[in-house]
Design a protein around this ligand. Sequence first.
Ligand code: MG
Length: 276
Amino acid sequence: MSGIPADALARRHDVALVDLDGVVYIGDHAVPGAVEALARARDVGQRHIFVTNNASRTPEEVAEHLTHLGVDAGPSDVLTSSQAGAALLAHRLPAGSPVLTVGGPGVGAAVRQVGLMPVSSIDAQGPPPVAVLQGFGRDVGWIHLMQAALTIQAGALWVATNLDRTLPVPGGRAPGNGMLVAAVAEAVGRGPDLVAGKPEGALLAVAVERTGARSPLVVGDRLDTDIEAAHRAGLPSLLVLTGVTDLGAARGAEAGQRATYVSQDLSGLLQPGRTA
Ligand SMILES: [Mg+2]
């Protein structure tokens, strides 16, 4: 009936961990065919959790964007690197611990969600922060980086949501969270203790834990984040060519960044899976 073969990836993998930018949307617009492919994969029983290194937006905001594009997704179907970073902290700190947050609204919200206390300034009265969660936010300025640096030098645990060096914006590339983390690292003389986002495995591990996936498949468009993270997490991957990677790069990838399957776009979920 569905015309989707019995050995299609959507039937063999109960959960797909789907990257967003370059896979489902590019900027504000849906990738052609992506919404339909996701709906058809869902129809044969595959669940989707959308995993993004972008830390600035809350899951509610991301879900709203997805819904607007026609993707059936609620906040619990979205996992950001802020949430994965907060989960790393929650595993290591007593409930209610004060955490200095640097970044957009998604960073503080994620810290609150796991039962820790987000603190946006060290000038505030109260106990000094025992950790820093640093993610992207377009309003991050020197004052925030300065406070992060002082808190880290006082001995706080430092978690970065992600180390993306650049951020695509209309007209070109802008400095990403990795560059803001690098500014703090220069000041304090060391890098973060932990990084949550891809290519580190924490984001994917939290996604697997949350969904209880038995046979997860990582779906993404970048070799050095999505596919490398899949390798580190020991998971199979589907590379789609709708984002920053072309077939030549996919074929030339080093072993640690080689995708299990490659497809032109998300319709690859409805196929048995082809290697590069
Ligand atoms: Mg992407």
